[in-house]
Design a protein around this ligand. Structure first.
Ligand code: PLP
Length: 419
């Protein structure tokens, strides 16, 4: 080996050593400090847990919890089932109520019905959005309010015919929702100016006339199958699911009969032993129809009736004719309980005083009947009923002059249901 070669090898060795050392030092220089490493680990863990939570949220929203709802129609249904503590404690039964006043469009169970009627008409090609098509309905208020709100959301107009003795806040609300409102004198169903008959006529006039755009559709909640169907596919299954299929009795008033029929048809198909009980206000003939097969109320006696319709302060339930929606489930109704106006008003006050629940007249009737039924059945049973609408809809009538508080309200539940 020449000297030159030796120098070359030694040089290469030194250079290699220097490069190796340099690289090592570069590597050492770039190694992460422990804290940054830990931070990365934390970030990894945090992002995993965030993605876990996201997938939890996604799962939850698929189940309907916290989901983004598709318009106001998306806020209809899936209402909470509330235990009414005061009534449950006092009777030893679990008295549960579907909070139907929390339906998001018109704030009553009629949201389900209005949406169902509109969707069915759309499927049949009877309604075209933004064409001037108008929905006509005869209603004591709740169905009209639901229809008016949903009509706005889907590009239709609403025209509501209602008796002129219903609480004024209902027609005020309808006007604010942009509906046309006709308040007419209460009349028997044989009268062509009765509010339901008038709505049918107005729909026909719209379609046949030249002066209005689009066509008129009579919603016909009393006879339309879409009514009980909404409760058969919505309210009934929700009750079944929320109670885990454990229900002894379902109690409801009937206006059109859609609620009691739809829920009865669903629940009895799953739970053949469940008791279906009608809550009927004074003046309504349905109590006797269920109990004895005859449509008659003593208040209907010649010379004793004060109003043309059902003689009660209660709005929305009680009727003196059999409708298709009531007939759909009538044979499944096991019993009926009569509720007086006095009992209903006292119960409404009781619910505010003891539970902070402020409801309208039909909800109060339901709660009286549920309490009477609990006393009949004895402790240990589970009874489901409905809270239909808020007391705010009834300030000028049912709730007029009924302030809560004071000795007058200090009555026992026994006294209320016995009054
Ligand atoms: C406030 C209220 N509750 C209950 C009902 C009764 O429901 P249904 O018509 O399904 O018998 C009505 C009916 O109009 C109502 O307006």
């Amino acid at each position: 080996m020449t000297d030159r070669s030796r120098y070359c090898i030694a040089g290469a060795f030194v250079l290699g050593a220097v490069v190796a050392f340099g690289l090592q030092s570069v590597k050492v220089h770039h190694r992460e400090p422990a804290s940054a490493h830990q931070l990365r680990q934390h970030q990894k863990a945090a992002s995993k847990s965030a993605s876990d939570s996201l997938s939890n949220i996604e799962n939850a929203s698929q189940k309907g919890v916290g989901a983004i709802k598709e318009g106001i129609e998306g806020c209809i249904g899936d209402t909470p089932l509330i235990k009414i503590k005061s009534l449950s404690d006092a009777t030893g039964c679990e008295i549960l109520a579907k909070a139907e006043f929390l339906n998001g469009a018109g704030n009553s169970p009629k949201d389900r019905v209005a949406l169902s009627i509109i969707k069915l008409a759309e499927e049949k090609g009877l309604l075209v959005p933004n064409s001037g098509d108008t929905i006509y309905e005869g209603t004591v208020g709740s169905t009209g309010i639901s229809l008016a709100a949903i009509c706005r959301a889907r590009g239709y107009k609403a025209h509501i015919c209602m008796p002129n003795d219903m609480a004024i806040e209902k027609s005020d609300l309808l006007l604010k929702l942009g509906a046309e409102v006709e308040r007419v004198k209460p009349a028997p169903i044989v009268d062509q100016n009765q509010f339901v008959n008038l709505a049918r006529t107005r729909a026909r006039e719209h379609t046949e006339g030249k002066e209005k755009h689009g066509r008129g559709l009579f919603a016909d909640q009393f006879e339309n199958e879409a009514n009980w169907h909404a409760h058969f596919t919505g309210t009934g299954p929700e009750i079944y699911e929320q109670t885990g299929g454990s229900v002894d009795a379902f109690v409801s008033g009937a206006g059109t009969g859609g609620t009691i029929s739809g829920v009865a048809l669903f629940l009895k198909s799953k739970l053949p032993d469940v008791k279906i009980v009608l809550a009927d206000p004074q003046g309504s003939g349905l109590f006797n129809k269920v109990k004895y097969g005859v449509m008659f109320d003593p208040k209907e006696r010649e010379g004793t009736r004060r109003r043309h319709q059902v003689d009660t302060i209660v709005e929305g339930i009680g009727i003196n004719r059999v409708t298709h929606n009531f007939e759909a489930g009538r044979e499944l109704i096991d019993d009926a309980i009569r509720v007086t106006d006095q009992q209903a008003t006292s119960m409404a006050r009781w619910l505010v005083e003891h539970d902070g629940i402020f409801v309208g007249s039909s909800s109060a009737v339901n709660c009286v009947a549920a309490t009477k039924l609990a006393k009949q059945l004895g402790p240990g049973h589970r009874i489901v009923t409905l809270l239909c609408d808020s007391g705010a809809r009834h300030l000028s009538k049912f709730w007029a002059n009924k302030d809560v508080g004071g000795a007058e309200d200090d009555v026992s539940l026994d006294k209320i249901v016995a009054s």
